[in-house]
Write a protein that binds this ligand. Structure first.
Ligand code: NAP
Length: 249
């Protein structure tokens, strides 16, 4: 792993929100950027790609449902053919389907577990052999503070995000000998489309619990992700870095 200008960085859910900020942060080192998103409208992805290309960055966007093992494997096969090395994988795609357990359908549980957790398995499995052969790389999985402390109405989401923490630590042990570091970043309450839909009352309640008294910005998360993929963090693996304004410490 090195801070040269040639790293290839794959960001799932890179079309908007936190993933987009991660892409912009890697653009600052002139990395080659691959964004993956799922919405049939490519608008957000195209907007992000336009911004990157305006900065002279080599960037591609792909639409795939990475919660499907088949779809993820197929896409990563293409990416591995196109790029000599995959240096960084940021498993960031995620969704919420919030409700109390009493009202939660099996579909709401399965959707969240598939998109948030199974996709991390699908994408990591798809790159790990190549990264092992190249004897280096960095993987950052986006978890959540909710995976650590739980949250009312988010049992599916909390389970998926806690699962990411366990997965991260296990894979970190498996591939450390290959020079690959695997970490998680657990954001708190970050200003993106995902949190736009939270009712005002619930937002106020969250804010009261945050020592900094404000929401985080996607850039706050992107900075931690970037750092974990830099040489400065090359002796760090299997960790969960919390970016939450003190909401959980
Ligand atoms: P966001 O703005 O809603 O973006 C989610 C991204 O995931 C989009 O690019 C979306 O693409 C992509 N995605 C969703 N389902 C997908 C699928 N099946 N296949 C491929 N891509 C898919 O969310 P965000 O707030 O930036 O969240 C990013 C990550 O941070 C998530 O894992 C989230 O759980 C986590 N997080 C967020 C917060 C927060 O407060 N915002 C806090 C803690 C953790 P399309 O729109 O094209 O479907």
């Amino acid at each position: 792993m090195s801070d040269t200008n040639s790293r290839t960085v794959i960001i799932t859910g890179g079309s908007k929100g936190i993933g987009r900020s991660v892409a912009y942060r890697f653009a600052e080192e002139n990395a080659k950027i691959v964004l993956i998103h799922f919405d049939p409208s490519d608008d957000a992805c195209n907007e992000t790609l336009d911004q990157l290309k305006a900065k002279g960055i080599e960037a591609d966007g792909y639409r795939a449902d990475i919660s499907s093992f088949e779809a993820a494997s197929q896409l990563f096969r293409e990416l591995l053919e196109k790029h000599d090395n995959i240096d960084v994988l940021v498993n960031n795609a995620g969704i919420t389907r919030d409700t109390l357990l009493l009202r939660m359908s099996e579909e709401m549980w399965d959707d969240v577990l598939r998109v948030n957790l199974k996709s991390v398995f699908n994408c990591t499995k798809s790159v790990i052999r190549a990264m092992s052969q190249q004897r280096g790389g960095a993987i950052v999985n986006i978890s959540s503070v909710v995976g650590q402390i739980g949250n009312f109405g988010q049992s599916n989401y909390a389970a998926s995000k806690a699962g990411i923490m366990g997965f991260t630590k296990s894979i970190a042990r498996e591939v450390a000998g290959r020079g690959i570091n695997v970490n998680a970043v657990a954001p708190g309450f970050i200003d993106t489309e995902m949190t736009e839909v939270i009712p005002e009352k619930a937002k106020e309640n969250f804010l009261r619990q945050i020592p900094f008294g404000k929401m985080g910005k996607p850039e706050d998360v992107a900075e931690a992700v970037y750092w974990l993929c830099s040489d400065a963090a090359s002796y760090i693996t299997g960790q969960v870095i919390h970016v939450n304004g003190g909401l959980y410490m």
